[in-house]
Design a protein around this ligand. Sequence first.
Ligand code: CA
Length: 228
Amino acid sequence: MSQRILIVEDETDLAQILAEYLQRDGFVATTIADGLAAMAELRRAPPELLLLDLMLPGMDGISILRELRKTSDLPVIMVTARTEEIDRLLGLELGADDYVCKPYSPREVVARVKTVLRRTQGAANVVASSTPHRSALEIDADAQQARFAGKNLELTPKEFRLLQTLAGKPGRVFSRSQLLDALYEDNLEVSERAIDSHLKNLRKKLAPAFPDEEPIRSIYGVGFAFEW
Ligand code: CA
């Protein structure tokens, strides 16, 4: 069955082009230009994924996402007009699954939609997944121990916490300050750059387990995400 994507975008030409690209890839795309109408549609018939523009008439993207997240884990890709805005949005911890910045290539957005769907649907089926990496990485919160393919990864407590935070929400983008909050009780004294050295060491320790890929993706100017 086709998956339905809801595009909430008040630039109707842009929404139309994107809808066509998605349809060409086998998705069913619905477009809505008004925030309040979008909220009503989300309640009436939730799609498989929401592409949500930030600035909208009626109700803005942030308010829509806040409202949605009270009751739903629906995958959301946030669309913004400025890269700088992404940092602010991350700080609000809205729980978007990815961010794209205008102007974007529709092809790239379609690719991001597929990635987010694969990831979120995959996350719901971790046990049933046949992807070796997914089932091979185990994070034991009680023992504070991560294992790959049954073998203990020798991580420091900070590296463990970093991996636990990132891998706990695969694909979700964390800013440096969010990671700092996860790592330090009181981060007043700690530079955001401290994250970089822990990350560097964690990546080095993960490398033998992931020889063909880098499981921790850097998003330039924004932060980091764990992706299998
Ligand atoms: Ca807009």
